[in-house]
Write a new protein. Structure first.
Length: 245
């Protein structure tokens, strides 16, 4: 199989990444519904719908704002349609987090709501990253040229770090780690916080393997967002450090 993988069905070239994105949303939601049915959810169904709506709106705007900031010069040189379509999961996650917190403030919900979404989010990201990997250099999820043994030709004849593949391995490990963490150690809300800190920490590191061109203080826009996320959860980090001592 060649990468980019562009199957043709009935004479039409299939956008495999787009199909897997839709599949990620569908299966992620079905997994969430399954977990919700099995759990003792203390949040009212009506409030849960407002929270999901807040997450969706926040994720929509966050993904596109951070996607624009990742390549602002390129984005401004293209059409409005391009600006609408450019997006990144990192902005979606952090924007979704802010959207949830704002919606909870509005409806007066005090309970932590993220734990139930954590594993479905990981599943959705995993499926989406398969699409990124199969799309190769057509998506900006590829790495720099490398002589590392895992270097792959992603469509331009050069051996590059397959960052999407690295992320798939990380997500598998994180999924089972958090699933175990959930059943043994987690208090309400901790599971989602550990996921965010772990995933944003991983993304901060692999950004050094990415051929970024736009930097602020020597860091990419994604890395600055990762630091912002860590600062957002600084109380939880301090609490975890004190517990570790």
């Amino acid at each position: 199989m060649e990468i980019p993988f562009e199957p043709i069905l009935f004479g039409v070239k299939i956008n495999i990444h787009l199909i897997l994105e839709y599949l990620a949303f569908f299966l992620g939601y079905r997994y969430y519904a399954y977990l919700k049915k099995k759990s003792n959810d203390h949040i009212l169904s009506e409030n849960r719908l407002y929270i999901i709506l807040g997450a969706a709106i926040g994720a929509f705007f966050g993904s596109r704002i951070v996607g624009f900031l990742e390549h602002p010069i390129v984005a401004l040189e293209n059409s409005l349609v391009y600006l609408f379509n450019v997006k990144t999961i990192m902005g979606g996650l952090f924007g979704g987090l802010l959207g949830v917190e704002i919606s909870k403030k509005i409806i007066g919900e005090k309970q932590s709501s993220g734990d139930l979404f954590t594993l479905p989010i990981i599943l959705g990201i995993f499926i989406g990253r398969i699409g990124c990997f199969l799309t190769g250099i057509n998506e900006f999820t590829y790495g720099k040229e490398t002589s590392f043994f895992m270097g792959m030709d992603l469509g331009d004849g050069l051996l590059r770090h397959p960052l999407a593949f690295y992320e798939l391995i990380f997500l598998i490990l994180l999924f089972f780690l958090l699933k175990n963490f959930k059943s043994k150690f987690s208090t309400n809300g901790d599971l989602f916080k550990v996921f965010m800190l772990s995933y944003f920490g991983f993304r901060f590191c692999i950004e050094f393997l990415k051929p970024n061109e736009f930097f602020v203080f020597g860091l990419s826009s994604i890395q600055i967002l990762c630091i912002t996320c860590w600062l957002y959860y600084y109380k939880f980090i301090l609490k975890a450090m004190n517990y570790a001592r």
